[in-house]
Design a binder for this molecule. Structure first.
Ligand code: DC
Length: 218
């Protein structure tokens, strides 16, 4: 069994930035589980499916295989052998992932892949149900969050930097909607594990959060 650090929390809390940093500085492997849901979402979108077409998504799921690999320490995600890493962050993909990840069969498809990685490697794994469901015996569990306002501002600045037109209020609205979906779905909803350390990053720098989490590790 590897050493397992589980970081869960809502969209935009800074999980991936922090998890990547902690992994690099501690010499662990970073595993981004959201990217796996996003890869399946790409498959559903490629097939022309709509988020509400649950039955078709369940069927399509059987034809999609997600695997991961690493290039220069960066996680790469493959969908039926094709590297789809560059497409993962598109808005439509995130929205499809948020809806389709509520489906039992979609979650079941990725569960073993995630557990297997944690069995064989020292990992920092981020997602929504890592501490509660995927790795209930993780060595360290963190629930990383920030206010909706802070998360919306971070996303706004990120998009502006990329030159993407955006509206702060719309971003905040999307974040609230996604939180609601992730926290209220029937299967593996986002919630803090009882033994997770709660970290609110609203008024903390990336360095401060990284150090706080590293201090919890062996
Ligand atoms: O973290 P992210 O934005 O890349 O995740 C995309 C979607 O996938 C998110 O809306 C919720 C879902 N997800 C999940 O249900 N369970 C995980 N462990 C990771 C992500």
């Amino acid at each position: 069994m590897g050493y397992n650090v589980a970081i869960d929390g809502p969209a935009g809390a800074g999980k991936s930035t922090i998890a990547k940093r902690v992994a690099k500085e501690m010499g662990y492997v970073y595993v981004d589980t959201g990217a796996m849901y996003r890869a399946l979402a790409i498959y559903f979108l490629k097939k022309g499916l709509k988020p509400e077409e649950t039955e078709k998504i369940v069927e399509a799921c059987k034809e999609a295989e997600v695997t991961i690999g690493y290039e220069e320490g960066m996680q790469q995600v493959y969908l039926n052998g094709e590297n789809v890493t560059r497409m993962l962050r598109e808005e439509a993909v995130g929205n499809m992932a948020s809806v389709s990840s509520a489906i039992k069969e979609v979650r079941a498809q990725l569960l073993e892949l995630q557990r297997e990685l944690a069995r064989t490697k020292d990992v920092v794994m981020d997602g929504r149900d890592i501490g509660t469901n995927i790795l209930p015996n993780a060595d360290v569990k963190v629930y990383l969050t920030a206010s909706v306002e802070t998360r919306a501002k971070r996303r706004y600045l990120e998009l502006q930097e990329k030159g993407v037109e955006c509206n702060l209020e719309e971003i905040a609205h999307d974040i609230e909607e996604r939180d609601h979906r992730d926290m209220n779905r029937e299967i593996a909803p986002l919630k803090q594990a009882e033994d997770a350390v709660y970290v609110d990053s609203s008024d903390m720098t990336i360095d401060e959060v990284t150090e706080a989490i590293k201090a919890l590790c062996k």
